[in-house]
Design a protein around this ligand. Structure first.
Ligand code: PLP
Length: 393
């Protein structure tokens, strides 16, 4: 069965052009880019090209691009580096809705004696900028705020947050794993110090990431070893992955327009039709400040896992909560932070699209999902009780 893949915030298909670019670097051009001979030199040149391609996508300079193994490593490296650069400061500002790559790290650092402020969000997943400003103190070593939320797609005003941090001499890191390739990013025109990217979220393979480090930002390496990445990240490079990521960034720049027109239109059609056809459903998160590809919809009084299982029979792939939290029946920390009512949070599904989705696929989901919800509700004692209460009142 061909999947109808609407789970692109979990991971994406490697673009055919990316795969084609990578393949020679597994078997024919397998040299080590650090080697002195011509065979390694040609790989080193291709890595330089990839660095320039990544830099071009986010308006950075190639020297500011540091290749890592994934978004999680980039996030860890950024925070650890900022703390090492300011050892006398013991305070970290972040939010309650960050990905575990930041949240779990901050919880770990709290165990080491750091003070962590996790900023709350409102019912739409938005951050309060006054609260943010008030949280910055003389003791703050680093701010880490995600650019786009992986579960709801809601965008944080990270550029404004970075300006406010810079005025106080505090570096700001942003986890832009879900934002890069979907919305325009211009590092030359903002005050953000560090930014994380993950290859597998933008049609490059898994196992490659980037940490952007602004020129002039004090940086202390996370992985200490060889001289690779100008001694900022030891370890022989994942050459096919890096070269693939470079190509993926070039494609992302070309596809940005499609992402914000056709993909957005498909997302809006899916969202509007499901809301119209399914009673007691709602969108989680600020619909006006959101990624173009993501919608998180709650269907009251049903279990997200039940919906996923029944959609699976039609080959429809989506997520309940984030990919990293599915498997646990707790509503996601993001929906809890937004105060989404329990009966709604349990039945939340994230649909995340890509340029490879078609209108036929969206129409099929619009057709298949309403009867699935109706069937699950017919089995739910909570739904029956809820309906009785409504009719009685
Ligand atoms: N940050 C965000 C917002 C994510 O969505 C993810 C992955 O889901 C990560 C970080 C982790 O990236 P990686 O899977 O490359 O470690």
């Amino acid at each position: 069965m061909r999947p109808i893949y609407l789970d692109n915030n979990a991971t994406t298909r490697v673009a055919p052009e990316v795969l084609e670019t990578m393949l020679p670097y597994f078997d024919r051009l397998y040299g080590n880019p650090s080697s002195m001979h011509f065979f390694g030199g040609q790989v080193a040149r291709k890595i330089r090209e990839a660095r320039a391609q990544v830099a071009a996508l986010i308006g950075a300079q190639p020297e500011e691009i540091l290749f890592t193994s994934c978004g999680t490593e980039s996030d860890n490296a950024a925070i650890r580096s900022a703390l090492a650069a300011n050892p006398q400061k013991r305070h970290i500002v972040t939010s309650r809705v960050e990905h575990p790559a930041i949240r779990a790290l901050c919880a770990h650092l709290a165990g080491e004696g750091y003070r962590v402020t996790e900023l709350p969000v409102d019912s739409e997943g938005r951050m309060d900028m006054h609260l943010y400003e008030r949280s910055l103190t003389r003791d703050t070593a680093v701010v880490s705020l995600m650019w786009a939320n992986n579960e709801t797609g809601v965008l944080f005003p990270v550029q404004r947050a970075a300006e406010l941090a810079r005025e106080r001499g505090i570096p700001l890191h942003t986890d832009a794993v879900q934002a890069v390739g979907k919305i325009p990013i211009a590092m030359q025109a903002n005050a953000i110090n560090m930014l994380s990217i993950s290859g597998h979220k933008l049609h490059a393979p898994k196992g490659v990431g980037v940490l952007y480090v602004r020129k002039g930002t004090r940086f202390s390496p996370f992985l200490i070893g060889g001289h690779q990445e100008k001694e900022r990240r030891g370890g022989t490079e994942n050459t096919p992955g890096i070269i693939g990521l470079g190509k993926a960034c070039e494609l992302a720049a070309q596809n940005m327009e499609t992402e914000n027109t056709r993909v957005k239109q498909l997302r809006d059609k899916l969202e509007n039709e499901l809301l119209a056809r399914i009673p007691s459903s709602r969108v989680n998160g600020d619909r006006s400040q959101r990624l173009p590809n993501t919608t998180n919809i709650s269907f009251e009084f049903v279990e997200g896992e039940g919906i996923l299982l029944m959609m699976d029979e039609f080959g429809i792939c989506a997520s309940s909560g984030s990919a990293c939290t599915s498997g646990s029946l707790q509503p996601s920390h993001v929906l809890r932070a937004m105060g989404v009512p329990f009966t709604m949070a349990h039945g939340s599904i994230r649909f995340s699209l890509s340029i490879y989705n078609t209108e036929e696929e969206i129409d099929l989901v619009i057709d298949k999902l309403p009867p699935i919800i109706e069937k699950l509700r017919s089995l739910s004692p909570f739904w029956k009780r809820g309906q009785a209460v409504c009719q009685g009142s």
